[in-house]
Design a binder for this molecule. Structure first.
Ligand SMILES: Cc1ncc(C[n+]2csc(CCOP(=O)(O)OP(=O)(O)O)c2C)c(N)n1
Ligand code: SF4
Ligand SMILES: [Mg+2]
Length: 289
């Protein structure tokens, strides 16, 4: 008989690293709720994260997990999906992880369209390394390493994803748990690469983009009369307009996934001869000792 898991079943005993009030708490809570609502099982789920405060998230979610190298969550997640297409594969990281050091991987994962859900926890700063400006920091953002203000224009990650051929593009706010849970569920259900950027305030270092600031500066695309997330031109328009930040499912389309175009019906890794693979791996290790 199948057991029904609750959000609590996706918790781990790993002590939390995050500062009290960090937006990332909202993200993990919604992710656990989404997993429970969708009937995901830890043994069929792989969670890959990058480096950053946000990257710690894979340690707080009960599933297979890989806390990888800075900016490299997406190639690992893509490989995991190709190795075992039956897994639900989720990747997560920060604005720095995804849009700075991982920017190349980000664009290519988007265009390859593996069935992977990617959560970008955007706090518009490098939280882990104590608040330097990141690719999404506003022009003029003052930090210890940019005392005269950040001179670089911010990257619009979701517009980049749309230009790169993204098939599911959404944005949430960590202070809106129900809406965020629904976005994550829709992203996981989407057959292809699904990016959910979540505005997740860094209460310790970013004193500009606070919860209050976001509340005053976001709106929902569902408030636009007749908004149709299948309309690519309109999605571009909404993503690139100056002014308030759009939330919700901004764009979605269906096109073949990477695994459908490459491995097709190949068996999952469970069908491979692991003993042979282990022996080969041991040989490689020996050669580099
Ligand atoms: C190759 C490499 N370069 C730089 C770093 C230092 N570093 C660690 S996390 C980080 C940025 C984190 O920012 P972000 O991805 O936005 O995550 P946040 O901490 O804000 O959640 C940097 C530059 C590193 N760990 N590895
Ligand atoms: S430094 Fe910022 S991003 Fe990192 S845990 Fe603290 S509040 Fe969150
Ligand atoms: Mg960040």
């Amino acid at each position: 008989m199948a057991t029904t898991l609750t959000a609590k079943d996706f918790a781990t005993t790993t002590p939390s690293w995050w500062c009290p009030g960090c937006g990332d708490f909202g993200v993990i809570a919604s992710l656990k709720q989404a997993a429970a609502d969708m009937g995901l099982e830890p043994k069929n789920t792989a969670f890959i994260s990058g480096i950053g405060c946000s990257g710690k998230i894979s340690g707080y979610f009960h599933s297979y997990a890989f806390h990888g190298v800075h900016g490299r969550a997406l190639p690992v997640a893509t490989a995991v999906k190709l190795a075992n297409k039956d897994l639900t594969v989720i990747a997560a990281g920060g604005d720095g992880d995804g849009y700075a050091i991982g920017a190349g991987h980000f664009m290519h994962a988007v265009r390859r369209n593996p069935d992977v859900t990617y959560i970008v926890m955007d706090n518009q700063t490098y939280g882990l390394t104590k608040g330097q400006s990141s690719p999404t920091s506003a022009l003029g953002y003052v930090t210890g390493t940019s005392p005269a203000g950040n001179p670089d224009a911010p990257i619009n990650g979701l517009a980049v994803a749309l230009a790169a051929g993204g098939t599911f593009i959404a944005r949430g706010f960590s202070s809106e748990p129900k809406a965020m849970t629904e976005l994550i569920k829709a992203a996981i259900a989407h057959p292809g690469f699904a990016i959910v950027e979540i505005m997740s305030p860094c209460v310790t270092f970013n004193k500009v983009n606070t919860y209050k600031w976001f509340k005053e500066n976001v709106y929902h695309v569902t408030d636009i009369p007749d908004y149709d997330p299948r309309d690519r031109a309109k999605a571009f328009d909404v993503l690139t307009q100056a002014g308030k930040i759009p939330l919700g499912i901004i764009y979605t389309e269906i096109r073949p996934t990477l695994e459908a175009l490459t491995i097709k019906d190949a068996p999952a890794i469970a069908g491979l001869d692991i003993e042979t693979a282990d022996a080969r791996y041991a040989g490689i290790q020996e050669a580099y000792r």
